[in-house]
Design a binder for this molecule. Structure first.
Ligand code: B12
Length: 273
């Protein structure tokens, strides 16, 4: 049986701090809609978001298969603006946390808050221009599975550890999002070689204390992708205030490494025609 998630009091405090997650109430949607071409809105929204706590920003058309059962967001909101917030590597890489060392878990909570603020800032900016916008931020699952949306929005490739690898931050970042009816333009998925790299690297497979990360891809709901066995992952995750070892050990996550790997893989691709 899965053990209950062991929360230390500090976490509840981090999430409850006044304004830690941005304004408690969103602005109302302006009565007058400003009119601009979608490409211009997309550029302006990214510029705003990157200047207001987001480290990464990308856009995708919201697909119904990303919305959890019981919600039908995509009828109201055709677009999802995905935000990435970098974590401090040294703090995050102190994973796994314990009752006496909560550095990694606190960094995670802190960056969940930053992601929530970034999504709230952008939602209000969009609302100020007369369009509807709703923020989505962890640590709760909310109504959307963010990983496939972030892949479509070009924030990174899916790594063997089941999460995104970005070409600057590796896997050392968290996601939040804004769904909106502001007319935007979708970005495209990226391919800088992380998927191929993962096929030869076994760092996360070997480091996972629960043996939850499989080396081979599997067919999951019609897509062949890297697979993590969460029945194995969850008990250890709960025991360690959120684990995180797999993303911390990922070679791409160490500061400065992702950029070098991207160059090396591009060179290799050019050489092999
Ligand atoms: C539930 C959840 C968990 C659960 C179970 C994971 C799961 N897959 O269900 C537990 C508690 C174990 C967990 C653990 C962790 N999580 Co988590 N988790 C989530 C959450 C809330 C929902 C994921 C989900 O939708 N699951 C249900 C289904 C869809 O799962 P699945 O079929 O196995 O799909 C997974 C992947 O295959 C992929 N996926 C789903 N559909 C598709 C479709 C295509 C085409 C592709 C390519 C991929 C893909 O997304 C899922 C992500 O794990 C998301 C936030 C969010 N709202 O999306 C964060 C999230 C995925 N987790 C995150 C992180 C960082 C972690 C941890 C490292 C914990 C930590 N210390 O931070 C570990 C890593 C464990 C691991 N190896 O994945 C980040 C990932 C950031 C990144 N760089 O990509 C997210 C996005 C949270 C956030 N807001 O930043 N997590």
């Amino acid at each position: 049986m899965t053990e209950k998630f062991r929360q230390v009091p500090e976490f509840a405090e981090v999430y409850a701090r006044p304004d830690a997650r941005g304004p408690r109430q969103l602005d109302s949607v302006a009565d007058v809609r400003s009119d601009r071409p979608p490409a211009e809105w997309a550029e302006l929204a990214k510029e705003f978001s990157l200047g207001n706590e987001a480290d990464l920003a990308g856009i995708a058309a919201l697909k119904p298969e990303w919305v959890f059962e019981g919600f039908d967001l995509e009828k109201e909101y055709p677009w999802i603006f995905v935000i990435g917030v970098a974590m401090d590597f040294d703090k995050f890489a102190a994973a796994p946390s314990s009752d006496t060392d909560t550095r990694s878990a606190l960094e995670v909570s802190d960056k969940y808050n930053k992601g929530a603020r970034a999504a709230a800032h952008l939602s209000n900016w969009i609302r100020g221009h007369g369009y509807n916008a709703t923020p989505h931020a962890g640590p709760w699952a909310g109504s959307i599975t963010l990983t496939p949306a972030a892949i479509e929005a070009g924030l990174g490739e899916l790594g063997d550890h089941g999460n995104l690898i970005n070409d600057k931050y590796g896997s050392c970042f968290r996601l939040s999002a804004v769904v909106t009816d502001m007319p935007l333009v979708a970005d495209s998925p990226v391919d800088f070689g992380a998927d191929e790299y993962c096929m030869r690297c076994e760092a996360c497979n070997n480091a996972c204390p629960a043996g939850a990360i499989e080396t081979e891809k599997r067919w999951v709901r019609g897509v062949k992708k890297y697979y993590v066995d969460f029945d194995k992952c969850l008990p250890y995750f709960n025991e360690t205030h959120g684990c995180g070892i797999c993303l911390a050990i990922c070679p791409w996550s160490r500061p400065g490494v992702a950029e070098k790997l991207v160059l090396r893989l591009a060179k290799k691709r050019r050489a092999s025609g």
